[in-house]
Design a binder for this molecule. Structure first.
Ligand SMILES: *Cc1c(COP(=O)(O)O)cnc(C)c1O
Length: 390
């Protein structure tokens, strides 16, 4: 696949990303826009290349958590509107306004500073209000929404550009809580309208909402995990076809035969029951290969499953290759397809009692990322800039 001899790397298939974007666009219909959630470096996939591909395929908006994530996108020349999903209450008004970012507001505290800065810069501060319809996280209480919205429209320099809320359990098969949230949200939209407040964008649906709900309010959808070809949970409709876009690969660094009775890795938690062969893979928990996979997970070599033996170390993992004909330099698939076998982020998540979101979002930034178009490397994100004085 590449002749660069990386010890370990990620491959992100841009064609599959494009496919997932089109699936989502088909599902949301022509009267809704799609916001690609690229927070946390696009759930570990690399924010800039993912954002560019998503935009090229009809996505209109981007969503991030941090101002610095938004600035990374702007520095890469991306002009699309960006929503700062995280808390915008703590300053950076100037960056928000200068770079045309849209702040999410959950109370009135940041409004005065945003208004003052907007007037000073002679440019509006774009503000969306988040209301808590049942997530129990960020969001103004429904009873205080009207008051907050009126403050936004009264203050000079602020532009009330949207109203949003969030689903906590749309990925569960029982949709009663989510449907009730939708009723609350619709009632709040009506209440604002009665006061003449009509934010141009209204949105509540996440990936699970798009995949599982036949109808939901709003003219924008915020999708994250589905872009990356992963399902929000095992309970959502898997007939909504998505293609996982990420593979995690490495090259075997060392192979050795061992007799029966040999203890393996820190803690010697595994002892070979019989003579076999081991391979060392230059990937460990400091690459995002969780230590919880010790003695549990498997990797793929030549389309065969090879079990992890002993503890995953910081920078290496030992697997049993038995009599497979392997040598140093051979490719190992940690996440992805090899022959007829496949290991997904969901398989890791199962072993670790977590969700695929956490697996991909914690793949280390030290791993080079290769972006494939038509099966060929189109972009590389690696260690070109090793050190730069500020
Ligand atoms: C992360 C996030 C999303 C995306 O959720 P997915 O389940 O990945 O689609 C949408 N909205 C908000 C507010 C978020 O924080």
């Amino acid at each position: 696949m590449n002749n660069l001899n990386y010890p370990a790397w990620l491959e992100i298939d841009q064609d599959k990303l494009s496919f997932n974007v089109r699936q989502l666009l088909d599902s949301i219909g022509a009267d809704r826009e799609l916001l690609a959630v690229v927070k946390a470096d696009a759930y570990g996939h690399g924010a800039v290349p993912v954002a560019k591909t998503a935009l090229a395929n009809g996505v209109n908006w981007l969503g991030v958590n941090l101002i610095r994530e938004a600035l990374e996108l702007r520095q890469a020349g991306i002009k699309a509107p960006i929503l700062i999903l995280g808390c915008s209450s703590f300053g950076y008004c100037e960056e928000i306004i200068r770079h045309d970012l849209t702040a999410v507001i959950t109370d009135s505290r940041p409004l005065a500073a945003l208004s003052e800065t907007a007037q000073r810069l002679g440019k509006p501060a774009l503000v969306q209000i988040k209301v808590d319809t049942g997530m129990g996280r960020l969001g103004v209480e429904p009873s205080s929404l009207l008051q907050l919205a009126e403050k936004v429209v009264r203050l000079p320099g602020l532009s009330f550009s949207g109203l949003l809320s969030h689903f906590p359990v749309a990925d569960q098969s029982d949709k009663s809580f989510t449907l009730n949230q939708i009723d609350i949200f619709i009632a709040l939209i009506d209440k604002l309208r009665l006061r003449g407040l009509n934010p141009p964008l209204v949105h509540i649906a996440n990936s699970a909402g798009v995949i599982d709900l036949t109808d939901y309010p709003g003219n924008l959808v915020r999708a994250g995990i589905a872009l990356y070809g992963l399902y929000p949970s095992g309970e959502v409709d898997h007939d909504f076809f998505l293609k996982p876009i990420l593979s995690f690969k490495a090259r075997i660094s060392y192979v050795k035969p061992v007799p029966a009775g040999v203890g393996i890795s820190y803690g010697l938690t595994y002892t070979t029951p019989e003579e076999t062969r081991l391979a060392v893979i230059p990937v460990g928990y400091a690459h995002g290969m969780p230590r919880g996979l010790s003695n549990k997970g498997e990797v793929l070599i030549q389309g065969r499953r090879c079990p992890i033996r002993g503890r995953v170390c910081m920078d290496s993992t030992i697997v049993e290759v038995g009599n497979l004909d392997v040598e140093p330099g051979d490719e190992v698939v940690l996440i992805g397809k090899s022959g007829d076998e496949y290991i997904g982020a969901d398989e890791w998540a199962y072993h670790l009692d977590t969700i695929n979101y956490e697996i991909v979002a914690t793949l280390a930034s030290r791993l080079p990322r290769l972006y494939l178009v038509n099966g060929k490397i189109a972009i590389r994100r690696d260690f070109k800039v090793l050190y730069e004085e500020a």
